[in-house]
Structure formats: structure tokens, C-alpha cells
Write a protein that binds this ligand. Structure first.
Ligand code: ADP
Ligand code: SR1
Ligand code: MG
Ligand code: MG
Ligand code: MG
Length: 413
């Protein structure tokens, strides 16, 4: 895509931009004379502004042609904004209660105008650190995952529909390549971008690079990530991509979306809950040991998988004689329960493998998570990270030996 006509917005120039776009002005009640604008981007890639008029608020997100975390020395296509916009629209259509609405998209400027997810919504990761429980989180995430994954797969679509949907997202190759690098490659080799809590984890990072069994497993997962077009996946579904209240769960930031393996999304979410779990000892105080909170996290992990399983297979049952072409019911009706069970156990093992890869990259790769980063004592932080890393390495290697999520959780306790 051309860079002609592109300019980086700031809090001031954004106001003039909005004034010239009727659809955005109207979302602000056409009260655009006294707009307040605040940049709130806390992600690693983009700029996000909350725009407040006397009557309402919207969010404007702009992609710049580089990785914000590193700077202009790491170029990254601003076309990611296009894929984020089309993924948000698709996911909002499939799971409207859990995805914000898109109001405006400008491909030249890489600008998305979208629904403001209002306070008290907060980024999930922040409250996993603070120790706040969200009783509906697992149910809502299971719904989001089941709806977005099932309805974009060959269990629901014809092969003709599915192939054209795959093509639509094929161009998001640079974002896929970023994941290939920072999740599946860099943590397993010497890379200028890798970091860890040094010197405490120096030998742990080296052990990852020298672990032949682990490297064979991650090679298999990387191939699956690159080759499998199973469903439209969010592809960056960590705890910073979910906003929550006690009643509501909203999934944002699908700029990495493409047709990939379902387990990459399920695993990302579960893996990030495990990261939060292993960070709890670093946040414990004498008054609050975080024991009950750790139990809530593991219950949420179990509920997420079990509710996802239930919702996904029930969608499959409802649509078993529909257009989906992967398992024609007329052929498989006599082995229907076996078909579902086999599909779901494979998906479970994929999810465990990808979840483990997402944990490992957050400990010895370029982009870390606040769960650990906010533990100020490096000895304590390294101790939490090491336990998370050891758990994830074992999970990746032994993933095929697990039949239930409860068995997986028991290896973390
Ligand atoms: P990045 O792609 O850089 O990670 P995100 O889309 O994750 O950017 O957004 C960064 C931050 O902006 C989020 O952590 C959240 O605090 C805020 N944010 C993003 N989208 C919205 C929204 N629709 N409503 C409210 N806040 C949002
Ligand atoms: C340079 S890696 C930046 C990371 O931030 C994004 O949210 C993705 O997780 C990506 O891997
Ligand atoms: Mg983000
Ligand atoms: Mg993002
Ligand atoms: Mg991750």
C-alpha cells in the first residue's frame, strides 16, 4: 500500500482529521468544537486515542510504519490496520457482544474509528496483576472463541467460501512473519532482540536454545502456524487484548488476524492466564498470599477450555447437516461422537503447544508481560519466570499426553 497521503496524527491534528469525517463527527453527536483527545496506547505497536465530545466518546487507532516498542529501526507495514479493521468487522458480526463496533476506516491513513469500550472496563492483564476476579470471563471468552473459530472453519463453510476467506487475509503476511520470528524462532536462538531477567535466567535462556526436544516441538508448531488455514484467528489473544468488567468482556486488537490454527487463539488466552498464575507469588503480600486468587485463575483456565469445548461442539451439532464440507454428516453419522472427540483432542493438544510457545516467548523473547515486569525484586521475578518457563517447556514437550485440562493444571500446582 502506498504511503502517499499518510501522515502520523497527534492529539492536535487528530481533531482536524475528525472534523473532516462526517461519520466520526456524527458519532460524537456533531459536537466537535470542544473535543478532548488523550493518547492511551499501551500496546507494543500502535497509537490509540480516546476522543471525548460533550455528548459521547470514540476511539481512534492509528498504525505507524514501524514497531512502536522498538522505534523506526524495526519497520512494520501500516497495512496491519486494514486487516485489523476487516477482522474487527468480521468478529463483531460473529460475536457482537464481545467485539467493539467499527465506525470508520481510512486505509491511506491507517486509521480505525471504533466504539469506545468505556470504564469501568479495564485491560484484563491489569486486573490479573491486581488480583480481581471476573466470574463471567471464562464463559464470555469461550463464546468469543467458539463463535469466531467455528463459523470461519470448514465445519461451517463450504470449501469455496473458506478459500476466498483465506485469500482475503493472506496479505497479512508481514504480521504473520513477525509472529513467526518473535514467537517461534528468536527465543530458540541468539537474537539481538531477546532479553530475560539477567543474570538470574542466563542459564535458563541458554537451556532453551540447547534443548533439542523442545526445538523439534516448536518446529512442528511453527509449521502448523504457517501451513494450517483452519479458521480466522485473532492471533494476538493475550491478556492485553481483552477488556473486562464484571458483566462484560470485550476482545480488541486483531491486527494479526489471518486464517491459521484455532489452537493459536485458545492457547494464547490460556497461556496468558498461566503467566498470570505464575506471577502471583511475586505479587503476594503478608496480608494477601494470593492463594484464593491462584485457585480462581486455574478454575478460569479449566472453565475456558471446558465451556469452549461445549459451545464449539454444540455449534457443530446444530450445523452438522449445514454447508460445512470437512465432515459430511451423511458419511460420518455413525461415528459422529468419535469425529468430534478426535477433532477436539487434536485442538486441545494444539492449544497446549501454542499456549506453551506464547509463554516461553514472554520470558526469553523480545516482548515481555507486565505480570512479571511489575515484580520489582529481580530475584523474585526470576523465580516466578523460571517456574513458568519450566512449566511451559514441559507442556510443549508432553502436550499429547494430556487428556483433560485438569491434568494440565495439576502440573502447575
Ligand atoms: P496495540 O495494537 O498497540 O497493542 P491496542 O489495540 O491493544 O494497541 O490498544 C492499546 C490500548 O488502548 C489498550 O490497552 C486499551 O487500553 C486502549 N484501547 C484500545 N482500543 C480501545 C477501545 N475500543 N476502547 C477503549 N480503550 C481501547
Ligand atoms: C516486537 S513483538 C511485539 C508484540 O506485540 C504484539 O502485541 C504481538 O504480541 C507482538 O508479538
Ligand atoms: Mg494490544
Ligand atoms: Mg496490536
Ligand atoms: Mg503472547
Amino acid at each position: 500500500m502506498t504511503t502517499e497521503g499518510f501522515r502520523v496524527l497527534d492529539e492536535k491534528s487528530l481533531i482536524d482529521y475528525i472534523k473532516a469525517i462526517p461519520s466520526l463527527a456524527s458519532k460524537l453527536g456533531n459536537q466537535v468544537d470542544n473535543l478532548k483527545v488523550k493518547e492511551v496506547g499501551d500496546g507494543y505497536l500502535n497509537f490509540v486515542y480516546i476522543v471525548i465530545s460533550p455528548s459521547s466518546s470514540i476511539v481512534i487507532k492509528q498504525a505507524v510504519p514501524y514497531v512502536r516498542l522498538i522505534g523506526e529501526s524495526w519497520p512494520l507495514t501500516k497495512e496491519r490496520s486494514y486487516y485489523e479493521a476487516i477482522a474487527l468487522k468480521r468478529q463483531h458480526g460473529l460475536s457482537p457482544k464481545h467485539v467493539p463496533e467499527v465506525y470508520h476506516f481510512d486505509r491511506t491513513m491507517s486509521v480505525i474509528g471504533m466504539q469506545y469500550i468505556e470504564p469501568p472496563h479495564i485491560i484484563l492483564r491489569k486486573d490479573l496483576i491486581a488480583g480481581v476476579e471476573y466470574p463471567l470471563l471464562a464463559q464470555h471468552m469461550a463464546e468469543f472463541l467458539a463463535n469466531t473459530l467455528f463459523y470461519t472453519s470448514l465445519l461451517y463453510l463450504t470449501t469455496t467460501q473458506h478459500k476466498s476467506a483465506v485469500v482475503e487475509f493472506c496479505g497479512n503476511v508481514d504480521l504473520c512473519r513477525l509472529t513467526e520470528q518473535v514467537v517461534f524462532s528468536d527465543p530458540y536462538k541468539v537474537s539481538q532482540y531477546n532479553r530475560w531477567t539477567s543474570p538470574y535466567l542466563d542459564s535458563d535462556a541458554e537451556a532453551v536454545r540447547n534443548d533439542k526436544v523442545l526445538k523439534l516441538e516448536v518446529a512442528e508448531l511453527k509449521s502448523k502456524f504457517c501451513e494450517r488455514t483452519q479458521a480466522l484467528i485473532h492471533s494476538d489473544l493475550h491478556a492485553g487484548s481483552v477488556m473486562v468488567t464484571h458483566e462484560s468482556t470485550q476482545v480488541i486488537d486483531p491486527e494479526f488476524a489471518f486464517y491459521g490454527p484455532m489452537g493459536f487463539d485458545v492457547g494464547a488466552f490460556i497461556g496468558n492466564l498461566f503467566l498470570a498464575y505464575f506471577a502471583q507469588d511475586g505479587h503476594a503480600t503478608q496480608e494477601n498470599e494470593r492463594k484464593a486468587y491462584k485457585a480462581w485463575i486455574t478454575d478460569t483456565i479449566a472453565d475456558t477450555w471446558n465451556l469452549f469445548y461445549k459451545k464449539f461442539t454444540s455449534l457443530w451439532d446444530i450445523h452438522k447437516e449445514g454447508p460445512g464440507e470437512a465432515y459430511l454428516y451423511e458419511i460420518y453419522n455413525d461415528v459422529w461422537e468419535d469425529v468430534k472427540q478426535k477433532y477436539m483432542i487434536d485442538l486441545f493438544h494444539d492449544s497446549l503447544g501454542f499456549g506453551a510457545a506464547k509463554m516461553i516467548r514472554r520470558i526469553v523473547g523480545v516482548a515481555h508481560v507486565e505480570d512479571f515486569e511489575s515484580i520489582t525484586d529481580p530475584v523474585k521475578r526470576a523465580d516466578c519466570e523460571r517456574r513458568a518457563l519450566d512449566f511451559a517447556k514441559n507442556l510443549m514437550k508432553k502436550r499429547r499426553s494430556f487428556n483433560t485440562i485438569t491434568d494440565v493444571i495439576s502440573t502447575a500446582l
